[in-house]
Design a protein. Structure first.
Length: 512
Protein backbone atom coordinates (compact mmCIF):
# COMPACT_ATOMS: atom_id res chain seq x y z
CA UNK A 1 0.00 0.00 0.00
CA UNK A 2 1.26 3.47 -0.85
CA UNK A 3 0.97 6.37 1.55
CA UNK A 4 1.65 9.98 0.65
CA UNK A 5 4.79 9.71 2.78
CA UNK A 6 6.04 6.79 0.67
CA UNK A 7 5.48 8.67 -2.56
CA UNK A 8 7.15 11.81 -1.20
CA UNK A 9 10.11 9.77 0.02
CA UNK A 10 10.56 8.22 -3.42
CA UNK A 11 10.59 11.64 -5.07
CA UNK A 12 13.10 12.90 -2.48
CA UNK A 13 15.39 9.95 -3.18
CA UNK A 14 15.40 10.72 -6.89
CA UNK A 15 16.25 14.36 -6.22
CA UNK A 16 18.94 13.53 -3.65
CA UNK A 17 20.93 11.26 -5.94
CA UNK A 18 20.64 13.40 -9.09
CA UNK A 19 23.58 15.10 -10.74
CA UNK A 20 24.47 18.13 -8.61
CA UNK A 21 25.00 20.31 -11.68
CA UNK A 22 21.41 20.05 -12.81
CA UNK A 23 18.15 21.49 -11.54
CA UNK A 24 15.29 19.22 -10.63
CA UNK A 25 12.95 18.58 -13.57
CA UNK A 26 9.75 20.58 -13.39
CA UNK A 27 6.96 18.27 -12.16
CA UNK A 28 3.77 17.95 -14.17
CA UNK A 29 1.00 19.64 -12.17
CA UNK A 30 -1.63 19.69 -14.92
CA UNK A 31 -5.19 18.83 -13.96
CA UNK A 32 -5.06 15.68 -16.08
CA UNK A 33 -1.88 14.47 -14.38
CA UNK A 34 -3.03 15.25 -10.84
CA UNK A 35 -6.39 13.56 -11.40
CA UNK A 36 -4.68 10.48 -12.82
CA UNK A 37 -2.31 10.18 -9.85
CA UNK A 38 -5.16 10.51 -7.37
CA UNK A 39 -7.06 7.70 -9.05
CA UNK A 40 -3.98 5.47 -9.32
CA UNK A 41 -3.45 5.89 -5.58
CA UNK A 42 -6.89 4.40 -5.02
CA UNK A 43 -6.30 1.55 -7.46
CA UNK A 44 -2.90 0.72 -5.96
CA UNK A 45 -4.59 -0.09 -2.67
CA UNK A 46 -6.76 -2.66 -4.43
CA UNK A 47 -3.70 -4.19 -6.07
CA UNK A 48 -1.71 -4.32 -2.86
CA UNK A 49 -4.51 -6.14 -1.03
CA UNK A 50 -4.86 -8.81 -3.72
CA UNK A 51 -2.84 -11.98 -4.17
CA UNK A 52 -3.88 -13.38 -7.56
CA UNK A 53 -4.47 -11.93 -11.00
CA UNK A 54 -8.13 -13.00 -10.90
CA UNK A 55 -8.67 -11.19 -7.61
CA UNK A 56 -6.89 -8.12 -8.93
CA UNK A 57 -9.06 -8.02 -12.05
CA UNK A 58 -12.26 -8.41 -10.07
CA UNK A 59 -11.32 -5.78 -7.51
CA UNK A 60 -10.12 -3.26 -10.06
CA UNK A 61 -13.21 -3.72 -12.22
CA UNK A 62 -15.48 -3.44 -9.20
CA UNK A 63 -13.82 -0.24 -8.01
CA UNK A 64 -13.96 1.41 -11.45
CA UNK A 65 -17.59 0.38 -11.97
CA UNK A 66 -18.74 1.59 -8.54
CA UNK A 67 -17.05 4.94 -9.02
CA UNK A 68 -18.18 5.62 -12.61
CA UNK A 69 -21.49 3.83 -13.04
CA UNK A 70 -23.00 6.51 -15.30
CA UNK A 71 -19.87 8.08 -16.83
CA UNK A 72 -18.82 5.90 -19.77
CA UNK A 73 -15.70 7.91 -20.66
CA UNK A 74 -14.44 8.06 -17.08
CA UNK A 75 -15.12 4.34 -16.66
CA UNK A 76 -13.06 3.57 -19.76
CA UNK A 77 -10.11 5.63 -18.46
CA UNK A 78 -10.28 3.92 -15.09
CA UNK A 79 -10.28 0.51 -16.71
CA UNK A 80 -7.30 1.53 -18.85
CA UNK A 81 -5.32 2.32 -15.69
CA UNK A 82 -6.39 -0.99 -14.22
CA UNK A 83 -5.17 -2.79 -17.33
CA UNK A 84 -1.70 -1.32 -16.90
CA UNK A 85 -1.57 -2.68 -13.35
CA UNK A 86 -2.37 -6.17 -14.57
CA UNK A 87 0.38 -6.01 -17.22
CA UNK A 88 3.07 -5.32 -14.61
CA UNK A 89 4.73 -8.59 -13.53
CA UNK A 90 4.27 -9.10 -9.77
CA UNK A 91 8.06 -9.37 -9.28
CA UNK A 92 8.56 -5.94 -10.83
CA UNK A 93 5.63 -4.51 -8.88
CA UNK A 94 7.27 -5.74 -5.68
CA UNK A 95 10.34 -3.75 -6.65
CA UNK A 96 8.17 -0.70 -7.20
CA UNK A 97 6.83 -1.05 -3.67
CA UNK A 98 10.45 -0.83 -2.55
CA UNK A 99 10.60 2.72 -3.94
CA UNK A 100 11.99 1.70 -7.32
CA UNK A 101 9.05 3.13 -9.25
CA UNK A 102 6.80 5.84 -7.77
CA UNK A 103 3.51 4.22 -8.73
CA UNK A 104 1.28 7.26 -9.42
CA UNK A 105 3.98 9.08 -11.43
CA UNK A 106 5.08 6.03 -13.39
CA UNK A 107 1.61 4.71 -14.06
CA UNK A 108 0.28 8.03 -15.28
CA UNK A 109 3.34 8.59 -17.45
CA UNK A 110 2.79 5.13 -18.98
CA UNK A 111 -0.79 6.18 -19.70
CA UNK A 112 0.52 9.45 -21.25
CA UNK A 113 -1.36 11.58 -18.72
CA UNK A 114 1.73 12.89 -16.89
CA UNK A 115 4.90 14.16 -18.53
CA UNK A 116 8.31 13.08 -17.24
CA UNK A 117 10.97 15.67 -18.13
CA UNK A 118 14.62 14.68 -18.28
CA UNK A 119 15.93 17.90 -16.82
CA UNK A 120 15.46 21.63 -16.52
CA UNK A 121 15.34 23.95 -19.55
CA UNK A 122 18.53 25.75 -18.52
CA UNK A 123 20.53 22.73 -17.39
CA UNK A 124 23.85 21.97 -19.09
CA UNK A 125 24.15 18.77 -21.15
CA UNK A 126 24.07 15.68 -18.94
CA UNK A 127 24.26 11.86 -19.07
CA UNK A 128 27.39 12.04 -21.23
CA UNK A 129 28.81 8.65 -22.25
CA UNK A 130 31.28 7.34 -24.82
CA UNK A 131 31.09 4.29 -27.08
CA UNK A 132 33.13 2.46 -29.69
CA UNK A 133 30.47 3.26 -32.25
CA UNK A 134 32.28 2.06 -35.36
CA UNK A 135 34.80 -0.42 -36.70
CA UNK A 136 36.82 2.68 -37.61
CA UNK A 137 39.32 2.94 -34.75
CA UNK A 138 39.79 6.67 -35.41
CA UNK A 139 36.18 7.36 -34.40
CA UNK A 140 34.62 7.66 -30.94
CA UNK A 141 30.87 8.00 -30.34
CA UNK A 142 29.40 10.23 -27.66
CA UNK A 143 25.81 10.63 -26.41
CA UNK A 144 24.18 13.11 -24.06
CA UNK A 145 20.80 14.51 -23.03
CA UNK A 146 19.23 17.96 -22.82
CA UNK A 147 15.64 19.10 -22.55
CA UNK A 148 15.02 20.85 -25.84
CA UNK A 149 18.16 21.94 -27.75
CA UNK A 150 17.80 21.55 -31.50
CA UNK A 151 21.53 21.25 -32.26
CA UNK A 152 24.23 18.78 -31.24
CA UNK A 153 27.92 19.70 -31.29
CA UNK A 154 31.04 18.03 -29.90
CA UNK A 155 34.25 20.02 -29.65
CA UNK A 156 37.52 18.19 -29.05
CA UNK A 157 41.28 18.49 -29.19
CA UNK A 158 44.54 17.37 -27.59
CA UNK A 159 44.43 20.12 -24.97
CA UNK A 160 41.65 21.18 -22.63
CA UNK A 161 42.43 24.76 -23.64
CA UNK A 162 42.32 24.12 -27.38
CA UNK A 163 39.25 22.22 -28.52
CA UNK A 164 39.95 23.10 -32.12
CA UNK A 165 38.10 20.22 -33.81
CA UNK A 166 34.32 19.85 -33.88
CA UNK A 167 31.55 17.77 -35.39
CA UNK A 168 27.82 18.26 -35.53
CA UNK A 169 25.64 15.40 -34.41
CA UNK A 170 22.03 14.36 -34.49
CA UNK A 171 19.45 15.41 -31.89
CA UNK A 172 16.65 12.85 -31.51
CA UNK A 173 13.34 14.15 -30.22
CA UNK A 174 10.92 11.49 -31.45
CA UNK A 175 11.60 9.11 -28.56
CA UNK A 176 8.65 9.26 -26.18
CA UNK A 177 8.64 6.08 -24.10
CA UNK A 178 6.81 6.57 -20.82
CA UNK A 179 5.85 10.10 -21.86
CA UNK A 180 9.47 11.14 -21.36
CA UNK A 181 10.31 14.66 -22.53
CA UNK A 182 13.90 15.27 -23.53
CA UNK A 183 16.39 15.32 -26.38
CA UNK A 184 18.99 12.60 -26.89
CA UNK A 185 22.07 13.68 -28.82
CA UNK A 186 24.57 11.54 -30.74
CA UNK A 187 27.79 12.74 -32.30
CA UNK A 188 31.15 11.33 -33.38
CA UNK A 189 34.71 12.45 -32.85
CA UNK A 190 36.68 11.54 -35.97
CA UNK A 191 40.31 11.62 -37.12
CA UNK A 192 41.55 10.34 -33.75
CA UNK A 193 45.07 8.95 -33.39
CA UNK A 194 45.88 5.82 -31.40
CA UNK A 195 47.62 6.34 -28.08
CA UNK A 196 46.58 10.00 -27.97
CA UNK A 197 44.70 11.68 -25.13
CA UNK A 198 41.83 13.91 -26.19
CA UNK A 199 39.70 16.44 -24.36
CA UNK A 200 36.11 17.21 -25.34
CA UNK A 201 32.86 18.87 -24.42
CA UNK A 202 29.34 18.61 -25.85
CA UNK A 203 26.61 21.17 -26.21
CA UNK A 204 24.53 23.33 -28.48
CA UNK A 205 27.47 24.91 -30.28
CA UNK A 206 26.80 28.29 -28.71
CA UNK A 207 26.25 28.96 -25.01
CA UNK A 208 25.32 25.74 -23.24
CA UNK A 209 28.13 23.21 -22.79
CA UNK A 210 29.02 20.28 -20.61
CA UNK A 211 32.17 20.22 -18.54
CA UNK A 212 35.34 19.15 -20.35
CA UNK A 213 36.07 15.39 -20.23
CA UNK A 214 39.04 13.40 -21.51
CA UNK A 215 39.73 9.94 -22.97
CA UNK A 216 42.65 8.10 -24.53
CA UNK A 217 42.40 6.23 -27.84
CA UNK A 218 43.52 2.62 -27.49
CA UNK A 219 46.25 1.02 -29.61
CA UNK A 220 45.42 -2.14 -31.56
CA UNK A 221 48.12 -3.95 -29.58
CA UNK A 222 47.27 -2.58 -26.13
CA UNK A 223 46.74 -4.90 -23.20
CA UNK A 224 43.19 -3.87 -22.28
CA UNK A 225 41.29 -4.30 -19.03
CA UNK A 226 37.51 -4.42 -19.21
CA UNK A 227 35.24 -3.87 -16.23
CA UNK A 228 32.39 -6.38 -16.59
CA UNK A 229 29.14 -5.42 -14.89
CA UNK A 230 25.66 -6.90 -15.11
CA UNK A 231 22.23 -6.36 -13.58
CA UNK A 232 23.28 -3.07 -12.01
CA UNK A 233 20.65 -0.50 -11.15
CA UNK A 234 20.76 3.25 -10.54
CA UNK A 235 21.35 2.75 -6.82
CA UNK A 236 24.33 0.35 -6.83
CA UNK A 237 26.62 2.90 -5.21
CA UNK A 238 29.53 0.64 -4.22
CA UNK A 239 29.97 -0.99 -7.62
CA UNK A 240 29.70 2.36 -9.38
CA UNK A 241 32.27 3.92 -7.03
CA UNK A 242 34.70 0.99 -7.39
CA UNK A 243 34.51 1.04 -11.19
CA UNK A 244 34.85 4.81 -11.23
CA UNK A 245 38.06 4.68 -9.17
CA UNK A 246 39.57 2.07 -11.48
CA UNK A 247 38.74 4.22 -14.51
CA UNK A 248 40.09 7.39 -12.93
CA UNK A 249 43.31 5.53 -11.98
CA UNK A 250 43.74 4.35 -15.59
CA UNK A 251 43.27 0.67 -14.69
CA UNK A 252 40.15 0.10 -16.84
CA UNK A 253 39.90 1.04 -20.53
CA UNK A 254 36.38 -0.21 -21.41
CA UNK A 255 33.23 -0.99 -19.40
CA UNK A 256 30.96 -3.80 -20.60
CA UNK A 257 27.41 -4.05 -19.21
CA UNK A 258 25.65 -7.31 -20.11
CA UNK A 259 22.07 -6.13 -19.76
CA UNK A 260 19.67 -4.78 -17.14
CA UNK A 261 21.00 -1.24 -17.08
CA UNK A 262 19.38 1.10 -14.56
CA UNK A 263 16.30 -1.04 -13.69
CA UNK A 264 14.15 1.86 -14.81
CA UNK A 265 11.42 -0.64 -15.82
CA UNK A 266 9.60 1.94 -17.89
CA UNK A 267 10.01 4.81 -15.40
CA UNK A 268 12.18 7.06 -17.53
CA UNK A 269 13.52 9.39 -14.79
CA UNK A 270 15.50 6.43 -13.49
CA UNK A 271 17.30 6.14 -16.82
CA UNK A 272 18.25 9.81 -16.38
CA UNK A 273 19.40 9.16 -12.83
CA UNK A 274 21.43 6.12 -13.85
CA UNK A 275 23.29 7.86 -16.68
CA UNK A 276 24.06 10.87 -14.49
CA UNK A 277 25.53 8.61 -11.83
CA UNK A 278 27.78 6.70 -14.21
CA UNK A 279 28.83 9.83 -16.14
CA UNK A 280 32.12 10.27 -14.18
CA UNK A 281 33.49 7.07 -15.77
CA UNK A 282 31.23 6.58 -18.82
CA UNK A 283 32.36 9.96 -20.16
CA UNK A 284 36.02 8.81 -19.98
CA UNK A 285 36.00 5.24 -21.34
CA UNK A 286 33.73 3.49 -23.85
CA UNK A 287 30.58 2.03 -22.28
CA UNK A 288 29.36 -1.01 -24.26
CA UNK A 289 25.93 -2.37 -23.35
CA UNK A 290 23.58 -5.25 -24.14
CA UNK A 291 19.80 -5.38 -23.84
CA UNK A 292 18.36 -7.17 -20.81
CA UNK A 293 14.83 -8.16 -19.84
CA UNK A 294 14.40 -5.02 -17.71
CA UNK A 295 14.77 -3.01 -20.91
CA UNK A 296 11.80 -4.61 -22.70
CA UNK A 297 9.41 -1.75 -21.86
CA UNK A 298 8.04 0.06 -24.92
CA UNK A 299 9.69 -2.60 -27.12
CA UNK A 300 13.18 -1.67 -25.88
CA UNK A 301 12.78 1.90 -27.13
CA UNK A 302 14.62 3.44 -24.15
CA UNK A 303 17.60 1.15 -24.67
CA UNK A 304 17.57 1.57 -28.45
CA UNK A 305 17.58 5.36 -28.24
CA UNK A 306 19.80 6.03 -25.25
CA UNK A 307 22.83 4.06 -26.50
CA UNK A 308 25.02 4.66 -29.55
CA UNK A 309 26.68 1.36 -30.43
CA UNK A 310 28.24 -0.30 -33.51
CA UNK A 311 25.97 -0.82 -36.49
CA UNK A 312 24.34 2.60 -36.23
CA UNK A 313 26.87 4.63 -38.24
CA UNK A 314 28.20 1.70 -40.28
CA UNK A 315 27.81 -2.05 -40.77
CA UNK A 316 28.39 -4.47 -37.92
CA UNK A 317 25.09 -5.11 -36.23
CA UNK A 318 21.33 -4.74 -36.13
CA UNK A 319 21.46 -0.95 -36.56
CA UNK A 320 19.41 -0.33 -33.41
CA UNK A 321 21.91 -1.46 -30.72
CA UNK A 322 20.25 -4.84 -30.13
CA UNK A 323 23.23 -6.84 -31.42
CA UNK A 324 26.60 -5.88 -32.87
CA UNK A 325 30.31 -6.75 -32.95
CA UNK A 326 33.40 -4.78 -32.09
CA UNK A 327 37.16 -5.11 -31.60
CA UNK A 328 39.40 -3.77 -28.86
CA UNK A 329 43.03 -4.80 -28.47
CA UNK A 330 43.38 -8.56 -28.89
CA UNK A 331 39.68 -9.34 -28.44
CA UNK A 332 36.84 -9.63 -30.89
CA UNK A 333 33.46 -9.15 -29.16
CA UNK A 334 30.00 -10.09 -30.31
CA UNK A 335 27.30 -8.51 -28.17
CA UNK A 336 24.05 -10.39 -28.66
CA UNK A 337 20.38 -10.11 -27.80
CA UNK A 338 18.80 -12.90 -25.74
CA UNK A 339 15.51 -11.04 -25.15
CA UNK A 340 12.04 -10.62 -26.61
CA UNK A 341 9.52 -7.82 -26.17
CA UNK A 342 7.41 -10.14 -23.99
CA UNK A 343 10.24 -10.93 -21.53
CA UNK A 344 11.23 -14.40 -22.69
CA UNK A 345 14.59 -15.96 -23.60
CA UNK A 346 15.27 -16.26 -27.31
CA UNK A 347 17.92 -15.68 -29.96
CA UNK A 348 16.21 -14.27 -33.04
CA UNK A 349 17.07 -15.80 -36.41
CA UNK A 350 18.56 -12.48 -37.53
CA UNK A 351 21.00 -12.50 -34.61
CA UNK A 352 22.00 -16.14 -35.14
CA UNK A 353 22.70 -15.45 -38.82
CA UNK A 354 24.76 -12.41 -37.85
CA UNK A 355 26.65 -14.41 -35.21
CA UNK A 356 27.54 -17.17 -37.70
CA UNK A 357 28.68 -14.76 -40.40
CA UNK A 358 30.55 -12.46 -38.04
CA UNK A 359 32.50 -15.24 -36.31
CA UNK A 360 33.45 -16.77 -39.64
CA UNK A 361 35.31 -13.56 -40.53
CA UNK A 362 37.38 -13.14 -37.36
CA UNK A 363 41.11 -12.81 -38.01
CA UNK A 364 42.62 -14.67 -35.06
CA UNK A 365 46.10 -13.37 -35.95
CA UNK A 366 44.87 -9.89 -35.01
CA UNK A 367 42.28 -10.74 -32.36
CA UNK A 368 43.28 -14.17 -31.03
CA UNK A 369 40.52 -14.13 -28.42
CA UNK A 370 36.77 -14.09 -29.06
CA UNK A 371 34.19 -13.17 -26.43
CA UNK A 372 30.42 -13.30 -26.85
CA UNK A 373 28.19 -11.53 -24.33
CA UNK A 374 24.45 -11.12 -23.90
CA UNK A 375 22.06 -10.97 -20.98
CA UNK A 376 20.64 -14.41 -20.16
CA UNK A 377 22.99 -17.27 -19.24
CA UNK A 378 23.48 -20.44 -21.25
CA UNK A 379 25.24 -22.33 -18.46
CA UNK A 380 24.29 -21.70 -14.86
CA UNK A 381 23.31 -23.91 -11.96
CA UNK A 382 21.59 -21.79 -9.36
CA UNK A 383 18.19 -20.71 -10.63
CA UNK A 384 15.11 -21.96 -12.48
CA UNK A 385 16.39 -19.81 -15.34
CA UNK A 386 19.17 -22.38 -15.77
CA UNK A 387 16.85 -25.19 -16.82
CA UNK A 388 14.36 -24.55 -19.63
CA UNK A 389 15.41 -21.05 -20.70
CA UNK A 390 19.14 -21.74 -20.71
CA UNK A 391 18.51 -25.00 -22.54
CA UNK A 392 16.70 -23.13 -25.29
CA UNK A 393 19.58 -20.71 -25.77
CA UNK A 394 22.05 -23.61 -25.86
CA UNK A 395 20.01 -25.43 -28.49
CA UNK A 396 19.95 -22.29 -30.64
CA UNK A 397 23.58 -21.19 -30.48
CA UNK A 398 25.99 -23.62 -28.81
CA UNK A 399 26.98 -25.33 -32.06
CA UNK A 400 27.93 -21.95 -33.52
CA UNK A 401 30.07 -21.06 -30.50
CA UNK A 402 31.83 -24.43 -30.59
CA UNK A 403 32.36 -24.36 -34.34
CA UNK A 404 34.11 -21.00 -34.19
CA UNK A 405 36.07 -21.77 -31.01
CA UNK A 406 34.73 -18.91 -28.91
CA UNK A 407 36.84 -18.47 -25.78
CA UNK A 408 34.52 -16.76 -23.31
CA UNK A 409 30.75 -16.32 -23.04
CA UNK A 410 29.55 -13.73 -20.53
CA UNK A 411 25.97 -13.36 -19.31
CA UNK A 412 24.02 -12.07 -16.36
CA UNK A 413 20.32 -12.17 -15.42
CA UNK A 414 20.86 -14.57 -12.50
CA UNK A 415 21.88 -12.36 -9.59
CA UNK A 416 24.99 -14.24 -8.61
CA UNK A 417 28.45 -15.03 -9.93
CA UNK A 418 29.42 -18.35 -11.46
CA UNK A 419 32.35 -19.64 -13.52
CA UNK A 420 32.44 -22.87 -15.48
CA UNK A 421 35.27 -25.01 -16.72
CA UNK A 422 35.49 -25.12 -20.53
CA UNK A 423 32.22 -26.88 -21.34
CA UNK A 424 30.48 -28.34 -24.38
CA UNK A 425 27.10 -30.07 -24.53
CA UNK A 426 26.70 -30.18 -20.72
CA UNK A 427 30.13 -31.75 -20.13
CA UNK A 428 33.37 -30.09 -19.10
CA UNK A 429 36.11 -30.74 -21.65
CA UNK A 430 39.04 -30.08 -19.29
CA UNK A 431 39.84 -28.83 -15.79
CA UNK A 432 42.26 -26.12 -16.83
CA UNK A 433 42.13 -23.16 -19.21
CA UNK A 434 45.18 -23.90 -21.38
CA UNK A 435 44.28 -23.72 -25.08
CA UNK A 436 40.71 -24.82 -24.28
CA UNK A 437 38.62 -26.79 -26.76
CA UNK A 438 35.31 -25.24 -25.65
CA UNK A 439 34.07 -21.92 -24.25
CA UNK A 440 34.22 -20.93 -20.61
CA UNK A 441 30.93 -19.44 -19.39
CA UNK A 442 30.71 -16.62 -16.87
CA UNK A 443 27.50 -15.59 -15.13
CA UNK A 444 28.07 -12.07 -13.83
CA UNK A 445 24.69 -10.70 -12.82
CA UNK A 446 25.94 -9.73 -9.39
CA UNK A 447 26.64 -6.00 -9.68
CA UNK A 448 23.80 -4.86 -7.43
CA UNK A 449 20.11 -4.06 -7.78
CA UNK A 450 16.93 -3.83 -5.74
CA UNK A 451 16.13 -7.53 -6.21
CA UNK A 452 19.33 -8.52 -4.34
CA UNK A 453 21.68 -11.40 -5.08
CA UNK A 454 20.71 -15.05 -4.76
CA UNK A 455 22.21 -18.12 -3.11
CA UNK A 456 24.18 -19.85 -1.71
CA UNK A 457 23.86 -22.95 -3.87
CA UNK A 458 24.87 -26.59 -3.57
CA UNK A 459 24.75 -29.79 -5.66
CA UNK A 460 26.53 -28.06 -8.51
CA UNK A 461 27.09 -29.86 -11.85
CA UNK A 462 30.56 -31.10 -12.70
CA UNK A 463 31.19 -28.26 -15.12
CA UNK A 464 30.63 -25.57 -12.45
CA UNK A 465 34.02 -24.42 -11.14
CA UNK A 466 33.04 -21.64 -8.71
CA UNK A 467 30.07 -19.58 -7.55
CA UNK A 468 29.64 -16.65 -5.21
CA UNK A 469 26.83 -14.37 -4.08
CA UNK A 470 28.76 -11.17 -3.38
CA UNK A 471 27.73 -7.91 -5.02
CA UNK A 472 30.60 -7.19 -7.35
CA UNK A 473 32.06 -6.90 -10.83
CA UNK A 474 34.53 -8.61 -13.14
CA UNK A 475 37.87 -7.46 -14.49
CA UNK A 476 39.04 -9.03 -17.75
CA UNK A 477 42.58 -8.23 -18.88
CA UNK A 478 43.50 -9.47 -22.36
CA UNK A 479 46.98 -9.71 -23.88
CA UNK A 480 48.08 -11.49 -27.04
CA UNK A 481 48.37 -14.83 -25.23
CA UNK A 482 46.05 -14.71 -22.23
CA UNK A 483 42.71 -13.65 -20.76
CA UNK A 484 43.15 -12.88 -17.07
CA UNK A 485 39.78 -12.90 -15.27
CA UNK A 486 38.98 -11.70 -11.75
CA UNK A 487 35.69 -11.36 -9.88
CA UNK A 488 35.79 -8.79 -7.08
CA UNK A 489 33.31 -7.92 -4.35
CA UNK A 490 32.37 -4.25 -4.29
CA UNK A 491 33.19 -2.35 -1.12
CA UNK A 492 32.21 1.03 0.30
CA UNK A 493 35.80 1.86 1.30
CA UNK A 494 39.20 0.50 0.40
CA UNK A 495 40.12 -1.99 -2.31
CA UNK A 496 37.56 -4.39 -3.84
CA UNK A 497 37.91 -7.94 -2.48
CA UNK A 498 39.14 -10.66 -4.85
CA UNK A 499 36.71 -13.60 -4.79
CA UNK A 500 37.70 -15.66 -7.84
CA UNK A 501 40.23 -15.68 -10.68
CA UNK A 502 41.54 -17.77 -13.56
CA UNK A 503 43.78 -17.29 -16.60
CA UNK A 504 42.85 -18.63 -20.02
CA UNK A 505 45.86 -18.99 -22.32
CA UNK A 506 46.35 -19.59 -26.02
CA UNK A 507 49.99 -19.81 -27.05
CA UNK A 508 50.65 -17.99 -30.35
CA UNK A 509 51.47 -21.26 -32.06
CA UNK A 510 48.25 -22.92 -30.95
CA UNK A 511 45.96 -23.90 -33.79
CA UNK A 512 42.60 -22.17 -33.40
Amino acid sequence: MFSLFTIALAVCLVATFSNNSRADPVPDTSDECMACKAEVNELSEVWSNSTTIDEILKNLDRQCTMKYKTDVKALAKCQAKAAVFVQIPPSIFHGMEDLAWPIPDGMCATLYQCKMTCCGPNDPPEQVHLSLASSDKSLMGVSWVTLNEESSVVQYGTSADDLSMSNSGIPTTNYNGGNWIGTIHRATMTGLKQGTKYFYRVGDGSSRWSEVFDFTVMHDDDVITYAIIGDMDFDSANTMANVNKLVQDGKVQVVVHSGDESYADGYEPHWDLFFNRIQPWAARVPYMAAAGNHEFWYNFSSYKNRFFLPGVVDAGGSGDNMFYSWDAGYTHWVTGNSETAVDTANFADEYLAFLEEDLSKVDRSKTPFVTVNFHRPMYCSNDDECVTKASKLKSQSEDILLRHKVDLVIGGHVHAYERTYPVAKEASTQRDYVNPSAPTYIVQGASGNRENNKGPYSNLPEWSAFNDQSIGFGLLTVSRTSMDWKFLASVSEGEPILKDSFILTRPPAAKV
